[in-house]
Design a protein. Structure first.
Length: 347
């Protein structure tokens, strides 16, 4: 997600640069291939996990996290397993827990993929409050425990497609964003929802960095119908356990038909508004990162082709390159929201 001004990009540079990046990432990935391979064999397969297990996918026992506070343990006792059919499930192999929790984008902790995992040890996720503002009948600052009280947690196995052309399959734990939105009773003027990530310079080294390119807080937004779509999910866990800090603890958005940068992490503010909000990547480079950011193999990013993706983890012998699908394969459930729009213009 690095930035380059359009005027700096020569057409001839586009392919070599993406090839270079892929090569670099391939070499970096190589260092943990053996670890990844060993861990994969230790993971329950989706099919195995169904035998006597209440959830389809669980983290390896040694890696299960302890609850951020006592109340979390109660909440996690009753989780509905993912169904056996699309769209809340995919039969594709899960990305191993190790890759989901080591290969991350969370610039508040640094720009390298391993920074969020290695530099988030001090990050505190309890107590945690979320401020609800704007066009709602019940604005206020709510403790996360109270927001989660009325919702039922469920497991959803979704594809995550990053604009950098890699993808994963992740078993999330959480609840539909619509269930959270209804609690605060948006007014008829609420046409968009805006989200903000916490800024905690003491525990987030990326925020202290002088070379940071993001102007904090990280911001994202959805149109109201997108936010209310049954696929749009608030995750509080993955692989049957609490969300690790590097994945956006204690609560992050997951929008499976959009590029990963829409799925904002560690949310502290939700604002309901009449007009389209500014969003972090769109503000930084509007010609590279659109507000909609729907996964679309026909609309390329200047530096990453979008018709193919590298499904992680890769191995020395297989780069696992697969075709990217429009709306990341969720078109049947979301395409109607964009019927009147030119997707090349509203990318
Ligand atoms: N949210 C915040 N606050 N900061 C970030 O840097 N990165 C985004 C998104 N949410 C990001 C964020 C990007 S670019 C991606 S691809 C996904 O998080 C990655 O989620 P993951 O690390 O859990 O795979």
């Amino acid at each position: 997600m690095l930035i380059k001004k359009p005027s700096d990009i020569k057409p001839s540079e586009i392919t070599p640069e993406s090839v270079y990046k892929n090569r670099r990432e391939f070499m970096l990935d190589g260092s943990k291939l053996l670890l990844g391979a060993a861990a994969t064999s230790a993971l329950p397969s989706v099919a195995n996990a169904q035998n006597g297990d209440s959830l389809k996918a669980r983290a390896p026992a040694a890696m299960r996290r302890s609850p951020p506070a006592a109340w979390w343990a109660n909440k996690f006792q009753d989780i509905k397993p993912a169904p056996d059919s699309e769209p809340f499930f995919t039969g594709e192999s899960l990305t191993p827990y190790e890759d989901v929790t080591i290969y991350n984008n969370f610039y508040e902790f640094g720009m390298d993929k391993s920074d969020p995992a290695t530099r988030s040890g001090e990050f505190k996720t309890d107590p945690w409050s979320v401020e609800i503002t704007g066009e709602v009948s019940k604005p206020g600052t709510y403790h996360l425990e109270d927001i989660l009280k009325p919702v039922d947690l469920e497991e959803r196995i979704y594809r995550l497609r990053c604009v950098e052309a890699w993808s994963m399959v992740i078993p999330w734990i959480g609840f539909p964003l619509a269930d959270l939105i209804r609690q605060f009773e948006p007014t008829s003027k609420a046409k968009f929802v805006e989200f903000e990530t916490i800024i905690d310079a003491d525990t987030m080294p990326g925020i202290r960095s002088r070379t940071a390119i993001v102007s904090w807080p990280y911001r994202e937004g959805l149109r109201m119908d997108e936010a209310m779509n049954p696929l749009t999910f608030m995750a509080v866990g993955l692989y049957g356990s609490y969300l690790p800090s590097q994945n956006g603890a204690p609560m992050r958005l997951v929008v499976p038909w959009k590029y990963g940068f829409k799925s904002i992490k560690s949310i502290v503010k939700i604002n309901f508004r009449e007009t389209q909000p500014n969003t972090t990547w769109n503000d930084l480079q509007a010609n590279e990162y659109g507000f909609y950011a729907n996964v679309n193999p026909a609309v390329h990013h200047p530096r990453w082709r979008q018709d193919m993706e590298r499904r992680l983890p890769q191995t020395l012998f297989s780069r696992r390159v697969i075709e990217t699908r429009l709306f990341n394969g969720y078109g049947e459930h979301v395409a109607h929201m964009y019927d009147d729009m030119d997707l090349a213009q509203y990318y």
